[in-house]
Design a protein. Structure first.
Length: 121
């Protein structure tokens, strides 16, 4: 990214789907009106569209907004789907998310071979 990460005070992801046709003013409006946060706070705000293969970032860098847009050629981002929520991320969590890892761990029940749902055949 073009952002000096040492100056980013916080990283937020807007969960669920965002209309990525929105530009700087539209995304800043979402930050202010829906989540009561300050888009001028040197925080990086990330938004994902319907297809989860693209996202936008909004960042205030002291003299103007920076609007980032990335479209993945292969794969999708494991973007949290709980609509109308915003989450703080660490820089490590952001790297994991953009590397294809899910932020929400899942637990799968392990069954021995020859068993279905813990019951023998």
């Amino acid at each position: 990214m073009i952002i000096d990460q040492s100056k980013v005070k916080q990283i937020y992801i807007v969960c669920g789907k965002t209309d990525l046709r929105k530009g700087i003013d539209g995304l800043a409006g979402i930050v202010e009106q829906q989540y009561d946060l300050d888009p001028y706070s040197k925080a990086l705000f990330l938004f994902c569209g319907t297809d989860k293969d693209r996202f936008k970032g909004l960042y205030w860098d002291e003299d103007g907004f920076l609007l980032l847009y990335k479209r993945l050629e292969n794969g999708r981002i494991q973007w949290p789907t709980n609509q109308n929520a915003i989450r703080k991320l660490t820089s490590n969590q952001l790297i994991q998310l953009l590397s294809g890892w899910s932020l929400d761990p899942t637990v799968h029940k392990i069954c021995p071979p020859g068993h279905k749902n813990g019951l023998s055949n």
